[in-house]
Design a protein around this ligand. Structure first.
Ligand code: MN
Ligand code: MN
Length: 296
């Protein structure tokens, strides 16, 4: 093997390991999502179990309910519990920065068709992915599958590529018909993530955020802000939860870093008409004649 081939094999090995860890955590965690269970307990379990199994959380465990499509995670000391909700559990595990990203919907609300629509759309997409496919064909099959249920895809959320320490790398993978896509090649690592809703099919920023990431690096003068930035360095460009940070002077320091353009938040994304939202996601490696699901 040449050095280059060996390097690629090593990288793919890390993606596969991240995917295996994620799959195990996902299986163990989904049984914990029940009416009356504390949301924070599930998020903590997912993140701690990922570490126990030899990975790192690539982002905070997202537990978004009902019309929340994504980016909801509990705050420190959050006492909220699951009710008769439609819950999206979106989790990420990385090994040396190589990320596996997957999500599933647990429905405690009595709307199984909405869940089935995004799952079917995901597997319909997986079935057609291979080297040489245009991402617009993926978007088309996702939209057609979901509209077949009388529902809508969330048109302004997409799947994405993955790269070392980048949870959202190009290309974007559409969840709807588009005019111009890009061609996928063997070895591309992508996350496919259709969302289905009985609402309008669009999300906008909600009023709260618990997830942040570092977007710039410039000197800060305030000691509290400097201390906080130091804590964030370990996450590099990956998203982290506010509850992962030390509570001392946290709100004050975080505002300073946001104002300075060093840190930004991911607000909770909500369906604009308040529709119920389901999500299904896998990370795959594109191969010559298909794809390999890393997060089965
Ligand atoms: Mn995800
Ligand atoms: Mn994703």
């Amino acid at each position: 093997m040449t050095d280059k081939v060996q390097e690629i094999e090593e990288i793919i090995g890390k993606y596969r390991t991240a995917g295996k860890i994620l799959s195990q955590v996902k299986e163990e965690a989904k049984d914990k999502i029940k009416i009356g269970a504390r949301i924070l307990d599930v998020a903590n379990f997912v993140e701690q179990r990922s570490i126990e199994l030899g990975g790192q959380p690539a982002f905070p465990c997202n537990l978004s309910r009902n019309d929340e499509a994504a980016h909801a995670t509990p705050s420190a000391g959050d006492e909220s519990v699951f009710g008769k909700d439609m819950i999206k559990m979106d989790l990420g595990v990385h090994v040396d920065g190589y990320i596996a990203d997957a999500a599933l919907t647990i429905d405690l609300s009595g709307n199984p068709d909405i869940v089935k629509a995004s799952e079917d759309a995901l597997y319909a997409a997986v079935d057609i992915i291979k080297s040489g496919i245009d991402t617009k064909e993926i978007g088309a099959i996702i939209e057609d599958t979901i509209t077949g249920y009388g529902l809508k895809p969330i048109s302004n959320l997409t799947g994405h590529g993955l790269a070392q320490y980048y949870a959202h790398a190009p290309p974007s993978i559409p969840n709807r018909h588009i005019d111009h896509g890009v061609i996928l090649s063997e070895g591309d690592i992508i996350a496919i993530e259709p969302f289905a809703t009985d609402g309008a099919g669009k999300v906008s920023d909600g009023s709260w955020a618990e997830i942040y990431h570092v977007i710039g690096n410039r000197p800060v003068r305030l000691p509290a802000a400097r201390k906080l930035l130091k804590q964030m360095e370990q996450y590099k460009t990956l998203p982290f939860a506010k509850r992962w940070l030390e509570p001392e002077k946290l709100d004050f320091a975080l505002i300073q870093l946001e104002k300075a353009g060093i840190v930004t938040s991911y607000p909770v994304l909500k369906e604009v008409e308040g529709g119920l939202v389901s999500q299904a996601e896998h990370t795959v490696i594109v191969t010559d004649d298909g794809c390999e699901i890393l997060t089965k």
